[in-house]
Write a protein that binds this ligand. Structure first.
Ligand code: ADP
Length: 534
């Protein structure tokens, strides 16, 4: 016995494990899609898995091989799920193109990734034509729906003999490609492996993480074209949760109707989506019958504390998570630990509004020039992470400086950590405001402003200032019918922050510009208000 090596089976962690399981053990579970004309179509994991395998055979038959990239330009629906499974079953990687980007940028990304084929929604053909006009080169174009002059997806699915052999997959093979959305620079490719995706899915579902089970019905508002809809389609297939895809209808009323009709138990989306939902619920009390205990996973930007409180009042629980394209994305989740379950309400809400603690298998540290920051909830540094689903490099080896010599990925997020191990993001490095040699956290000011009853949304940016180098400026959207003055908002902030943190100016606007991923577009705000203090 002594020194004997492990005696366990060496099973590679590959996508066929998920697809086979969904087909065999979850075959009757529904996958629901809302179409552009608002009609609903229903299929099952059994049918999706069978069609995904047909797609894989068709791709292999058509010459797609190991390591190739096949792009998708699609909304969230069951055919996109077939691509999520079928393309990697063929040994290739699914490259989800972000339809919210400019056509020039989509073309750049598709060419940079070396996408060979593309599968497109018929309703996105006008956009697709612009992407091609911008120089994107695809060998083959396959269209879901009315194909126009292109090849129909349904015919492509039937194009290979059933005997076509699928390749044997290795767990380190590429499964999917996502590009960072370029909020802070040129988009860069991250290539997920089968192994990283499966491990991420397994940890994503555990109770202390996002907590998903077969009893759940999940509606990913978060698009399948951005960070694989946070990996949730794979995680749902793994546990057999029902999936409800909203297609292109992402406004609050349409989402709430779908939540009601499909008995959704978990939603996932960025804070703006939930802000819209809160507004619709407040404006129409009793209009929608939602599942008791509905959970909403929120990430992508900070969930304001007030929003978490408001949804509790409405009988829904927000689960706050942090992550990024480079981290698959889930890196931390905020769950009040048992030893603080009895803490006062304010403490618990403060914890839930933080980004939380790392999920199993993810390790993090926060460093500044003096080294690792102490757990004093005060000292800030750059958040760094490592783990089996964190990128080790960008495709093409771009920006190697994002990794430290001792193996950490530099997130570009500024954070601090408290005695309970909860991290709180205070800014992105690029969004930090430096006033008179001191740092001011835009995210904390925003969070607090959004706690004022009249404020719907608030973004704070640094604007050049002759004396202080930069001073904060708040851009605020009020709730419908609400009024408040700049001085009242400053009075609201004053008890919580040092005087020099208070924004010198508050600008009231109808809407704050957003990135393709629904975040405040701070580069544009800085540009717009560049001369405000001069
Ligand atoms: P991009 O970098 O182009 O914005 P990502 O979608 O990968 O694309 O965004 C990751 C970033 O989003 C993180 O680095 C962080 O700044 C922000 N983020 C994600 N989740 C949260 C959160 N819960 N709170 C605050 N910021 C978040």
């Amino acid at each position: 016995m002594a020194n004997e090596t492990a005696t366990m089976m060496d099973v590679p962690l590959t996508i066929d494990l998920v697809v086979d399981r969904a087909e065999r053990w979850m075959r009757g579970t529904e996958v629901v899609s809302r179409r552009p004309d608002k009609s609903i179509t229903r299929t099952t994991y059994g049918a999706v898995a069978a069609r995904a395998r047909k797609l894989a055979r068709a791709l292999v038959h058509a010459g797609i091989g190991r390591g190739d990239r096949v792009a998708t330009l699609m909304w969230n629906h069951s055919e996109h799920l077939e691509c999520y499974f079928g393309i990697p079953l063929a040994g290739a990687a699914t490259h989800t193109l972000n339809l919210r980007l400019h056509p020039d940028e989509i073309a750049y990304i598709a060419n940079d990734a070396g996408d060979r084929y593309v599968i497109v929604d018929d309703c996105l053909l006008p956009l697709f034509d612009k992407v091609v006009a911008a120089g994107a080169k695809f060998e083959r174009v396959i269209v879901v729906g009315a194909p126009g002059t292109h090849e129909p997806y349904e015919r492509f699915l039937e194009s290979a003999p059933a005997s076509t052999a699928l390749p044997k997959l290795a767990e380190t093979d590429a499964l999917a490609v996502c590009y960072t959305s370029g909020t802070t620079g040129k988009p860069k490719g991250v290539v997920y492996s089968h192994r990283s995706t499966i491990l991420h899915s397994i940890v994503e579902v555990i109770p202390d993480s996002l907590g998903l089970s077969r009893a759940d019905t999940l509606l990913p508002v978060v698009p399948m074209f951005h960070v694989n809809a946070w990996g949730l389609p794979y995680a749902c297939a793994l546990v057999g949760a029902k999936l409800v895809f909203p297609g292109p209808h992402l406004d609050a009323a349409n989402l709430l109707e779908l939540f009601q009709n499909e008995k959704v138990t978990v939603g996932a989306g960025v804070p703006t989506i939930w802000l819209g939902i809160r507004e619709a619920l407040d404006a129409n009390p009793g209009k929608w019958q939602l599942q008791p205990g509905l959970r909403m996973i929120v990430g992508g930007s900070a969930a304001p504390e007030q929003m978490i409180r408001d949804f509790d009042r409405l009988g829904m629980t927000l689960i706050h998570a942090w992550g990024m394209t480079e981290t698959s994305p889930v890196g931390t989740v905020s769950r009040v630990p048992p030893h603080l379950a009895g803490a006062d309400e304010d403490t618990r809400y403060r914890l839930r509004a933080k980004q939380g603690t790392p999920t199993p298998l993810v390790d993090l540290c926060i460093r500044n020039d003096a080294g690792d920051v102490p757990a004093d909830d005060k000292t800030t540094g750059e958040l760094m992470v490592r783990g089996p689903w964190i990128a080790a490099r960008y495709a093409g080896g771009h920006s190697p400086e994002r990794w430290t010599a001792d193996g950490w990925f530099r997130t570009g997020d500024v954070a601090r950590i408290d005695e309970h191990g909860f991290i709180q993001l205070t800014d992105r490095v690029a969004d930090q405001i430096k006033s008179g040699g001191e740092w001011i956290s835009s995210q904390e000011l925003e969070n607090s402003l959004m706690g004022h009853p009249a404020v719907k949304e608030a973004a704070v940016v640094g604007v050049p200032h002759a004396k202080w180098s930069e001073r904060p400026l708040a851009v605020v959207v009020l709730k419908p019918g609400a009024t408040v003055t700049a001085d009242e908002l400053r009075d609201h902030l004053a008890p919580k922050f040092a005087k020099f943190w208070l924004p010198d100016a508050v600008v009231f606007v109808e809407a704050i510009p957003r990135t393709s991923a629904g975040k405040f577009k701070k580069t544009e705000l800085r540009d717009t208000y560049r001369d405000h203090y001069s």
